[in-house]
Design a protein around this ligand. Structure first.
Ligand SMILES: *Cc1c(COP(=O)(O)O)cnc(C)c1O
Length: 212
C-alpha cells in the first residue's frame, strides 16, 4: 500500500526537483496507485523485474529509470526500454549501450561518494577521465552524476558526500560548459539532498506503508 499522506508531503517539498518513485519493493497495485497520484517516473534495479513491469505498462506515459548495478551482458535485453540509466560506471557497459541503442540513452555517471569499497561507482578522481573515454559515444547522452550517501543519521557526513557530486558538477561546468544534473537523495537523506540542489530524488521505502 502507498502512504498517500507522506507522498503528498514529499510532492509539496519538491519544487522543480523530479521525484523518481523507486518501485523495486512493490508490485502493480502500488504502481497503479502512484500513477493515480500523478507520479510517472519509476526506478527499478533488477533487470528481470524491470522487464515484467515494463511489459505490463507498455504504451503508458511512464519514464523508466534503471538505478541498479547493470552487468553489460544483461544490458542487451532491456537497454532499449529504459529512459534513464543512473548507474553508468564501466566502459564495457558503455560499449554495449553504444552498440545496441538506436536513440541516445540519458545516462548518469555513478560516483562512489561513500567511499565504501563494496559500493559500485567510479572513484571521484576517475570521473573526468571516464567521461573523456565515452564522450564520442553518440548513443550515450551524459546528463548527470549519481551518488548514494552512507545510510547514517550523521547529517554532516551525508553533506560531505553529496558535496563531492556538487564539486564534480562545477568541474564539468568550468571544463566543458556542461550542466550536469544531480541524482542524489533517498528516503533517509532526501531533505539534505533537496537543500543541496538535487535534480532527481530516488525515493522508495518512504512512499509505502509498513506492513503490520
Ligand atoms: C533502493 C534504492 C533507492 C531507494 O531507497 P530507499 O531508501 O528505499 O528510498 C534509491 N537509489 C538506489 C540506487 C536504490 O537501489
Amino acid at each position: 500500500m502507498i502512504n498517500q499522506k507522506r507522498i503528498h508531503d514529499i510532492l509539496h517539498e519538491l519544487g522543480k526537483t523530479q521525484l523518481i518513485a523507486v518501485t523495486k519493493y512493490v508490485g502493480y497495485e502500488e504502481i497503479d496507485a502512484l500513477l493515480n497520484e500523478g507520479i510517472n517516473h519509476f526506478g527499478e534495479n533488477r533487470v528481470s523485474v524491470f522487464l515484467d513491469k515494463y511489459q505490463h505498462y507498455v504504451g503508458q506515459d511512464i519514464h523508466w529509470h534503471f538505478i541498479g548495478h547493470l552487468q553489460s551482458k544483461k544490458a542487451k535485453k532491456m537497454i532499449h526500454y529504459i529512459d534513464y540509466l543512473h548507474s553508468l560506471e564501466s566502459l564495457s557497459l558503455a560499449g554495449e549501450i553504444q552498440k545496441r541503442r538506436i536513440e541516445p540513452l540519458k545516462c548518469f555517471l555513478e560516483v562512489n561518494i561513500s567511499e565504501e569499497t563494496q559500493k559500485y561507482g567510479l572513484n571521484q578522481e576517475n570521473v573526468i577521465d571516464f567521461f573523456h573515454k565515452i564522450k564520442d559515444y553518440d548513443k550515450i547522452d551524459v546528463v548527470g552524476l549519481m551518488g548514494m550517501a552512507t545510510h547514517t543519521d550523521d547529517t554532516d557526513r551525508i553533506q560531505r558526500q553529496f558535496q563531492v557530486l556538487l564539486d564534480l558538477k562545477s568541474q564539468f561546468k568550468s571544463q566543458f560548459s556542461i550542466d550536469m544534473a544531480l541524482s542524489m537523495g533517498m528516503s533517509n537523506d532526501y531533505q539534505i539532498a533537496l537543500s543541496m540542489g538535487s535534480d532527481y530524488l530516488r525515493i522508495g521505502s518512504l512512499l509505502y506503508k509498513e506492513e503490520n
